[in-house]
Ligand binder design. Structure first.
Ligand SMILES: CC(=O)N[C@H]1[C@@H](OP(=O)(O)OP(=O)(O)OC[C@H]2O[C@@H](n3ccc(=O)[nH]c3=O)[C@H](O)[C@@H]2O)O[C@H](CO)[C@@H](O)[C@@H]1O[C@H](C)C(=O)N[C@@H](C)C(=O)N[C@H](CCC(=O)O)C(=O)O
Ligand SMILES: Nc1ncnc2c1ncn2[C@@H]1O[C@H](COP(=O)(O)OP(=O)(O)OP(=O)(O)O)[C@@H](O)[C@H]1O
Length: 484
């Protein structure tokens, strides 16, 4: 693809040299090749403006930045108000506004984004509608899988994938970081789904208000005829719906019914199966899910309403929901012997943990053993709350390591010991795989073990057992009878 500098700057209301041919856009100087426009970003770890010279040496033909430069460069420099915002607009125009050829569904919220995106994607695919899915687990474009590095890809990769996609629908998770950093921008979504909001990422957003406002930005990215679908089972959803109404942004709600909704949840059960009774314009429908937990009642309900808005019939949506099998590593049962049960789950927030542990407790008759840790360099303020949640629901709690993200192991272990101090039923076992082996050795008929935090992800640390993830560890220990 090619554009002139002038063509690219036009949407920013700026002028550039029409003779400079731009062959691509890049925000990382290390990835620059000849003909590229480099966008310098003042980042959280370093400052892209420091790498302008290196970008030019690598072939950058023009630079965009948000700072005044003291020196004159050998290529044009354009100063903008906000480099990330400019990058987003530039990427959108470079790839010819690719969102306009798709029906775009953006899903935001603290928990349930991945599950909801899988459900909607499955419902669409099940009825022969081609759809992409972008999120934490993977990016699926034109039926091909790509590894996911961020829940919401950076603005360039996102626009590039939307451009490459020949699928009719795009179902994507939109994280608060993605919204705050303009990875998505402008009126690009046909539907914006909000699942819920609770304590998470306060290291980044500072407080829940800031976190909420970042999430709310998704609704400013709705196309003119776009619609919001708002989960009101967390109190933030009620506020969002009221504010959307004030701003004349059309929206539907799901969660607790307030009356007047054309589709609402009449009742549900979570055990032994998850079943929802939905009233859809006066007709009652019963839906039986293969995924467990009260949280999935709400994920299914949000997906139902979104799919109905897209134009599928109740029968089609129900068939889609009932044939959906599982999301990798989200309340996934791993088969073990002796009548006990083992689950792995991606819960990494107090709220998510509460749902996951309650679901596990419902599935077993005796004691629940919970193994988990905390990712370093991620919201430290949620840790004590998560320990309390676990301590309240589980019978035995084992704190262990999660990803250290380059930080000191001894520091994390010291924190785990400190967090466990007030409680009698909490044990710290440094090595995650040893913690799993130990708990497996304790399990009796009717007991349950749940390991949370990593879900399907591979370990980032080296542990005693050379397995790649929690599931493999359980299976290998069971197979080899490597019990203590
Ligand atoms: C805190 C955060 O979100 N950081 C993101 C941000 O990094 P940044 O732009 O601030 O990068 P930086 O390292 O400070 O560098 C500044 C600039 O200098 C450039 N640079 C740097 C070095 C060099 O030699 N040359 C050069 O040009 C960098 O490319 C960058 O443009 O922008 C980058 C590009 O989009 C992201 O990769 C990066 O995500 C980091 C890796 C990250 O871990 N983010 C997480 C927290 C995140 O975004 N998570 C959410 C999901 C959260 C959830 O689970 O709900 C997600 O969407 O994945
Ligand atoms: N609607 C929900 N409400 C509360 N907790 C939920 C909900 N849906 C899922 N969870 C819990 O959160 C965990 C993560 O679910 P999911 O991956 O769908 O959320 P997410 O928002 O995509 O999180 P991430 O972006 O970090 O992947 C699940 O394993 C479950 O424990």
């Amino acid at each position: 693809m090619n554009k002139t500098l002038n063509e690219l700057l036009h949407p920013l209301n700026m002028q550039g040299d029409a003779n400079i041919n731009i062959t691509g856009i890049q925000f990382d100087s290390r990835k620059i090749t000849a003909g590229i426009l480099f966008v310098a970003i003042s980042g959280y770890e370093s400052d892209g403006h420091k790498f302008i010279h290196s970008a030019i040496q690598n072939g950058a033909v023009a630079i965009i930045g948000e700072k005044d430069l003291q020196e004159k460069l050998s290529v044009p420099y354009v100063r903008v108000r906000d480099s990330r915002e400019a990058l987003s607009i530039l990427a959108n125009h470079f790839y010819d506004k690719p969102h306009s050829k798709h029906k775009m569904i953006g899903i935001t919220g603290t928990n349930g984004k991945t599950t909801t995106s899988y459900l909607i994607h499955h419902i669409l695919n099940h009825h022969g509608k081609s759809a992409d899915r972008l999120g934490t687990v993977e990016y699926v474009i034109n039926g091909n899988m790509r590894e996911s590095s961020l829940t919401t890809p950076d603005a360039i990769l996102l626009q590039q994938m939307l451009h490459e996609s020949e699928d009719e629908y795009v179902v994507m998770e939109v994280s608060s970081h993605g919204l705050d950093q303009y990875r998505v921008h402008g009126p690009m979504f046909d539907y914006a789904v909000f699942t819920n909001l609770s304590h998470e990422h306060l290291d980044y957003h500072k407080d829940l208000e800031g976190y909420y406002l970042a999430k709310k930005r998704l609704f400013r990215c709705l196309k003119n005829e776009g619609k919001g679908i708002v989960g009101t089972y967390s109190s933030w959803g009620d506020r969002l719906q009221e504010e959307l109404a004030e701003e004349l942004i059309p929206s539907l709600s799901f969660g607790q019914t307030k009356g007047g909704e054309s589709i609402y949840l009449k009742s549900y059960q979570t055990f032994p199966d998850v079943k929802l009774v939905i009233d859809d314009n006066g007709e009652e429908h019963i839906i039986k899910l293969n995924i467990q937990g009260e949280h999935n009642v709400y994920n299914a309900l949000g997906s139902y309403i979104c799919a109905r808005e897209i134009g599928l019939s109740p029968k089609e949506v129900i068939e889609g929901l009932e044939t959906f099998e599982a999301v990798p590593g989200r309340f996934e049962e791993v088969s073990i012997e002796n009548g006990a049960k083992a689950f792995i789950d991606y819960a990494h927030t107090p709220d998510g943990l509460q749902y996951a542990l309650k679901t596990a407790k419902e599935c077993i008759e005796r004691n629940l053993y919970h193994i988990f840790g905390f990712r370093a360099k991620r919201d430290p303020f949620k840790r004590a709350i998560m320990v309390e949640v676990s301590q309240n629901i589980s019978d035995f709690v084992f704190l262990t390591l999660d990803d250290l993200n380059g930080t000191d192991k001894a520091l994390m272990l010291a924190e785990l010991r400190e967090l466990s101090k007030p409680y009698e039923n909490i044990v710290v076992i440094d090595d995650r795989t040893e913690a799993i082996a130990y708990v497996l050795s304790l399990l009796k008929n009717g007991d349950g073990m749940i390991i949370t935090g990593k879900g399907p992800e591979n370990y980032a640390e080296e542990y005693r057992y050379k397995t790649r993830n929690d599931k493999e560890t359980i299976l290998e220990i069971m197979q080899e009878k490597l019990l203590f």
